[in-house]
Design a protein around this ligand. Structure first.
Ligand code: FES
Length: 148
């Protein structure tokens, strides 16, 4: 895993570099850790509040701790009708977290998504952006076991 200090140093002298640095950090960590925000503020000559403002202005960025793997459950109508609601409940129970939360071991974050264009395989989840079709509550342990 790359170090956020190295990432920030790479973009330090570029115009608009803080945005690119945040992108790269989020790609690596799935969110922007507080220490990285502080480091970026220093490197780009901003106050911490300003750096925080940049990170939270774009809804794409998350400053809340997220897991290594982001599980998103499609909550659009076709998936919900096909059992997506039960699936979401089963995932919450299996992981012991609620929607929007991250497991204590930092492995999984559970989020919702709109239709991901895979309606032929409802209900659908994505894990770090990869769609997985026809997920049933019974398949959850097997699917998640390959994400260490
Ligand atoms: S509604 Fe879920 S993938 Fe389209």
């Amino acid at each position: 895993m790359a170090n956020y200090k190295e990432i920030i140093a790479t973009y330090k002298d570029k115009p608009g570099g803080i945005i690119e640095a945040f992108h790269a950090i989020q790609k690596e960590f799935n969110y922007i850790p507080e220490e990285a925000l502080r480091e970026a503020a220093k490197a780009f000559g901003l106050s911490e509040a300003e750096a925080f403002g940049v990170a939270t202005f774009y809804s794409y960025f998350s400053v809340k701790k997220r897991g290594k793997y982001i599980i998103r459950v499609c909550t659009s109508a076709p998936c919900m009708v096909a059992g997506g609601d039960k699936l979401l409940e089963a995932l919450e129970n299996y992981l012991g977290i609620k929607l929007g939360e991250t497991t204590a071991d930092g492995r999984f974050t559970l989020e919702a998504t709109e239709c991901v264009g895979q309606c032929q395989g409802t209900p659908v989840i994505t894990i770090n952006g990869k769609p997985i079709p026809e997920v049933t509550p019974e398949r959850i342990p097997e699917i998640l076991s390959s994400y260490k």
